[in-house]
Design a protein around this ligand. Structure first.
Ligand code: HEM
Ligand code: ISQ
Length: 146
């Protein structure tokens, strides 16, 4: 079965929730760095700070990633495929030294962040919808990296 309207709505609802609180971006990075401490040095806006320090850049990056997964859900629902809007994404990630296992770390961190911020609105169905949208996007970026 393709990506459903219900799944798109589920993804949309927690994207709205994510944007409401700047602390959610900090949480997202904190989970990533707990899983992959060495990833800290990859991010220009984190490498020189002690721990995860909030900044407009950190907010913008986290929202961008979350927003792109949400956008992938919209694309999956509309056309069943994901087209990368930004052709430079492959090159950026190669240049930063991003490897396949990092994509798993970011996925798990994304899903944990969603669980944390959703409270009693969380469900397996919600989590699965995000996972499908993320996986599709990750495949598209990895293709652009190869
Ligand atoms: C840069 C999105 C996966 C590390 C970027 C940029 C985008 C992006 C849009 C361009 C700059 C910006 O943030 O505005 C994504 C998406 C991903 C993904 C949608 C997964 C579906 C990863 C993974 C890693 C990673 C797995 C490794 C942990 C980076 C780094 C930069 C970057 C280090 C450069 C940030 C800087 O300016 O210092 N990513 N990314 N990304 N990405 Fe990703
Ligand atoms: C991946 N690429 C760019 C920015 C990011 C911010 C938070 C989590 C993952 C990211």
């Amino acid at each position: 079965m393709g990506f459903t309207e219900k799944q798109e709505a589920l993804v949309n609802s927690s994207w709205e929730l994510f944007k409401q609180n700047p602390g959610n971006s900090v949480l997202f990075y904190t989970i990533i760095l707990k899983k992959a401490p060495t990833a800290k040095g990859m991010f220009s806006f984190l490498k020189d700070s002690a721990g995860v320090v909030d900044s407009p850049k950190l907010q913008a990056h986290a929202e961008k990633v979350f927003g792109m997964v949400r956008d992938s859900a919209v694309q999956l629902r509309a056309s069943g495929e994901i087209v990368l809007g930004d052709a430079t994404l492959g090159a950026i990630h190669i240049q930063k030294g991003v490897l396949d296992p990092h994509f798993v770390v970011v996925k798990e961190a994304l899903l944990e962040t969603i669980k944390e911020i959703s409270g009693d609105k969380w469900s397996e169905e919600l989590s699965a919808a995000w996972e499908v949208a993320y996986e599709g996007l990750a495949v598209a970026i990895k293709k652009a990296m190869s």
